[in-house]
Design a protein around this ligand. Structure first.
Ligand code: ADP
Ligand code: MG
Length: 412
């Protein structure tokens, strides 16, 4: 059984190291969207209320350590400084005191951690300032583990990575007999996504909707969902690989020729298992992906002519998909139905949102995946879903690995 923060007793005065996901979109210290900071507040507020001494660690952006020019590495570090995130957290939790340690190791950090008082918060500099973070370097994990009496993982979006701060530190603390647990965001994410892989009778029919760009990125997701679900709806660019595999002409649509055999086998296996795979019967096509003036945009049924590429599902497909979705008791959706970044090609993705909204109160509906989740938010449908995952890659890996993630497994 996973321990949750509410199972932890006697937190008053304890130094609790929390791995959060503060990887917010920002530029030069200006935070564009503080959702990820807000998502960690239930856990942070709980620990503060209990009188714990809270040490928060997260990565922010990327530091390319392969870069030979040291000056460039310093620039990348500066661009991903955690200080503005700590300041934003300070505003959100005021009047609770939030300190910031600009270093990831050494005397300053040790002093800052030991000077913390009950109910105070310390934000540590970006974990990726350390080259060893992504390599789960044992020395680094040891240094961080030495700061804490208790470890809490609340960084769902990073739980699929076995890094020093997500796996190294809790492994050490556990071996020392110290408590490790998951925070509220982790609990919510893990519970909701586990429901999509350990399917209960009352959640059937279970319909999976897959779209997005590449079949090859999603092979493990497709395999897993095909085993679990009752019906699979396919849209997005990946639909054209499936259509070509079934002998249709797809014009200049994006296709992965090295995945044709795989796609064909999927369809055959699904059929043999009595499961339906729905593919688009019509498409919105264009002669130019780039939004140039005078480009042709039209709807094509069946074969797509040379010179045109499919960029969204067409109106007949929308009707068929909406009808199928209406019969579901559970939905897992990953991958937009079309190039939703362009206004002209949003209809398919929006239509899926509308169909899922119709299921409110009747079905359990989950959206996972970076672009899918941002489409749902952009179109204003976030509240219509039972759960929209905050973790892009992590939510897909939960599905792929039957509910297992390195960061979750180490806590068990
Ligand atoms: P997610 O991040 O939700 O897992 P993906 O990264 O797999 O989704 O796919 C998202 C991308 O797929 C979007 O940028 C979208 O524009 C693109 N896409 C969807 N349909 C098409 C299409 N028909 N042609 C080209 N790109 C497409
Ligand atoms: Mg994506």
């Amino acid at each position: 059984m996973l321990k949750t923060i509410e199972d932890l007793k006697g937190l008053k005065g304890k130094r609790v190291l929390v791995r959060v996901d503060f990887n917010v979109p920002q530029k030069a210290g200006v935070i564009r969207d503080d959702n990820r900071i807000r998502a960690a507040l239930p856990t942070i507020n709980y620990l503060v209320k209990e009188g714990a001494r809270v040490i928060l660690m997260s990565h922010l952006g990327k530091i390319k350590w392969k870069e030979p020019d040291l000056a460039k590495i310093e620039e990348m570090k500066k661009a991903n400084d955690m200080a503005p995130v700590a300041a934003r957290l300070g505003e959100l939790v005021a009047p609770v005191k939030v300190g910031f340690c600009p270093e990831t190791r050494g005397e300053k950090l040790v002093a800052a951690a030991s000077e913390l008082k009950d109910g105070e918060i310390l934000v540590v500099q970006n974990t990726r300032y350390e080259k060893g973070e992504e390599k789960n370097d044992p020395e680094l994990a040891k240094a961080w583990a030495a700061l804490a009496d208790v470890y809490v993982l609340d960084a769902f979006g990073s739980a699929h990575r076995a890094h020093a701060s997500t796996v190294g530190v809790p492994s050490i603390l556990k071996a020392e007999g110290k408590p490790v647990a998951e925070g509220y965001l982790m609990i919510k994410e893990v519970d909701n996504l586990t429901r999509c892989v350990e399917v209960a009778k009352e959640d059937r029919p279970y319909i999976a909707i897959l779209g997005g760009f590449k079949v090859s990125d999603k092979i493990k997701v497709i395999d897993s969902l095909l085993k679990k679900c009752d019906k699979l709806i396919i849209g997005g660019a990946m639909a054209y690989t499936f259509k070509k595999a079934l002998g249709e002409e797809i014009g200049n649509s994006p296709v992965q020729d090295d995945q044709l055999e795989y796609a064909k086998k999927c369809v055959e296996d699904a059929k043999a298992a009595g499961k339906e795979i729905l593919l688009p019967c019509d498409s919105v096509v264009t002669d130019s992906f780039e939004p140039v003036e005078g480009r042709v945009i039209k709807v094509v049924e069946g074969n797509i002519p040379e010179g045109y590429q499919g960029v969204d599902i067409g109106p007949k497909t929308i009707e068929a998909y909406q009808k199928a979705i209406a019969s579901a008791r559970m939905i897992f959706w990953n991958g937009p139905m079309g190039v939703f970044e362009q206004d002209e090609f949003q209809a398919g993705t929006k239509a899926v949102c509308v169909a899922i909204k119709e299921l409110e109160g009747k079905a359990f509906t989950v959206c996972g995946g970076g672009d899918s989740a941002s489409a749902v938010k952009q179109f204003g449908f976030k509240e219509s879903f039972s759960h929209v995952s905050t973790g892009g890659g992590a939510s897909l890996e939960m599905i792929e690995n039957d509910g297992h993630l390195p960061g979750v497994d180490v806590l068990r």
